[in-house]
Every structure is written in C-alpha cells, then in structure tokens.
Design a protein around this ligand. Structure first.
Ligand SMILES: NC(=O)c1ccc[n+]([C@@H]2O[C@H](COP(=O)([O-])OP(=O)(O)OC[C@H]3O[C@@H](n4cnc5c(N)ncnc54)[C@H](O)[C@@H]3O)[C@@H](O)[C@H]2O)c1
Length: 254
C-alpha cells in the first residue's frame, strides 16, 4: 500500500536508536534516505548501507550549533535536489536537577534540551515548509514523547517542555499548511529500548518501575515507533494531519 517511489526523506539522528530504525524501514520501503548524524559517521554509514544501498547518503551536523540545522538542510537538499519527507528525530535527554546542583548547570541543561529537541526541529521544519509549499506539498513527522502530555521525572522538565513545544509546533504547522499539501504529524513514544533509555536506567531512572507501569509488559521496541513513522510519512492519511500517535504500550492512554 505504501508507495514511496521517487521520494527523498531526511531523517535526523539516524546513526542509532529510533532514527536508525526509521531509516531502515523507510529504506526498505523504497525511499531515498538522507541520514543525519551528529558525530558517529561510521555507524550512520553502516545503517545507510543496510537500509538503502545506493539510495542513501550521510550528512553530519551538530544541531546544538546555531547554524547546524540550516547547514544540514542545505547539504541534504543538494543531494537529490528535493526533499519530500522530514523526520525530526534527533533528541537529547539530560537532567536539569531542581533540588540540587548549581544554577548555571540547570540553565545549560534547559538551553541544550530546547536547542536540540525543539529549536533545531523548528528550524528544519521552517526550511521544509518553504521548500514544500511551492512544490505542492511534503510531510513532516516529529518524534516527540509521552512526556509532552504526562510530564516527566522532576529533573527532566526541560525534556518534557521541549517535547511539549514540539507538539505545539506540529499542530501549528499542520493547521497553517494543510491547504497547501503539507502534512505534519507527531509520534509520542513512551520508553523505547535504545541508548537513550539504557543511559537513563544507569543514571537514576528505575527500570523496574518503568516496566511495571506498562500494561503491554515491556518497553517498546524501536520497530513499533519506526513503523508508525513510516505509515505517517507515506501520505496515506492526509486528514490525520496535526495528530499525535502514542506508542507507549498503553502506559499513558490519553
Ligand atoms: N528512547 C526512548 O525511550 C524515547 C522515548 C520517547 C521519545 N524518544 C525520542 O526519540 C528520539 C530518538 O531517541 P533515541 O531513543 O533513538 O535516542 P538515542 O540517544 O539513541 O539517539 C538520539 C539521536 O539524536 C542525535 N543527537 C543528539 N544530540 C545531537 C546533536 N547535538 N546534534 C545532532 N544530533 C544529535 C544522536 O546523534 C542520535 O542519533 C529523540 O527525540 C527522543 O527524545 C525516545
């Protein structure tokens, strides 16, 4: 059913985790995939070779840097001359402790979360919309989080706020551009088995407690998120634009 013939997708944070899973599913479905990585280029090259041999390319950019998103968009656009799908997946999950630590560290943690998780995604979305509208359309899928709706552990308010912002960004662009063929969706995973989750389990988040909250009985595999993203990116459900799909094993049913 999904027909991606001739489509080019830019997937941010595609060297590992959910982004690599998305690149694999899209690549296998026939998409030409521009994989973005922050620093682990060899890993991204391996994912690219597996996902879409001869139909993929890797682009390195630091989305923490002020000009990172713009440089990434320019380079990825130059690859095939057009982009049809943008997946804003890159993200960080770093604590901003409230009851301990110093003020500077707290401010830095907030700035970092907002820059990578929200501002860079907003900037890429802006470039995408400016490219999509004159071409008659395009699709953006934002990888947000359950935390946008439920909140997060106290020291991760910076993360929850950045993902809440991403939901607002999704809805705003969807409303603004639906009439011009630009479709914008969000996916809100609960915990997903990646380096991000494993790192948080080693640094203060109680894995057993997380598991106990999930009626499905386990943390989500990457494939569950990647499959939802691919379906939304296929353009098969235009009237669902603006929506968020939860992928959390029924741990937070809205
Ligand atoms: N794993 C989870 O439990 C979970 C849950 C909900 C939402 N998410 C979201 O899913 C997305 C992917 O997360 P993941 O679990 O695969 O995590 P991950 O840590 O395995 O991967 C994160 C990706 O973001 C990229 N990234 C981080 N900082 C960057 C920077 N400064 N510049 C450019 N790229 C940068 C990394 O290179 C990496 O590819 C994130 O947006 C995350 O918030 C993850």
């Amino acid at each position: 059913m999904m027909d991606f013939a001739g489509k080019v997708a830019l997937v941010t944070g595609a060297s590992r985790g959910i982004g690599a899973g998305i690149a694999r599913v899209l690549g296998r479905a026939g998409v030409q995939v521009a994989l973005h990585c922050a620093s682990r280029r060899p890993e991204a090259e391996r994912v690219a070779a597996e996902a879409a041999p001869k139909r993929s390319a890797v682009f390195q950019a630091d989305l923490m840097a002020e000009d990172g998103a713009a440089a990434l968009w320019r380079a990825a656009l130059a690859w095939r001359g057009h982009i049809d799908i943008l997946i804003n997946n890159a993200g960080i999950y770093e604590p901003a402790p409230v009851l301990e630590g110093d003020d500077d560290a707290w401010r830095t943690a907030w700035r970092r979360a907002l820059q990578v998780n929200l501002v860079a995604a907003a900037e890429l979305s802006r470039h995408a919309v400016r490219h999509f509208v004159p071409r008659g359309g395009g699709i953006i899928v934002n990888v947000a989080s359950r935390a946008a709706f439920r909140g997060d552990a106290m020291d991760y308010a910076n993360y929850a706020a950045s993902k809440g912002g991403m939901i607002a960004l999704t809805r705003t662009h969807a409303r603004a551009h639906a009439g011009q063929g630009v479709l914008v969706y969000a996916v809100a995973p609960g915990f997903v088995r990646t380096e991000m989750a494993e790192h948080s389990f080693r640094h203060g988040i109680d894995e057993a407690a997380v598991q106990a909250e999930i009626p499905m009985g386990d943390i989500a595999p990457v494939g569950d998120v990647a499959n939802v993203v691919a379906f939304l990116a296929s353009g098969l459900a235009p009237h669902a634009t603006g929506t968020t799909v939860d992928v959390n094993g029924a741990s937070y049913v809205r």
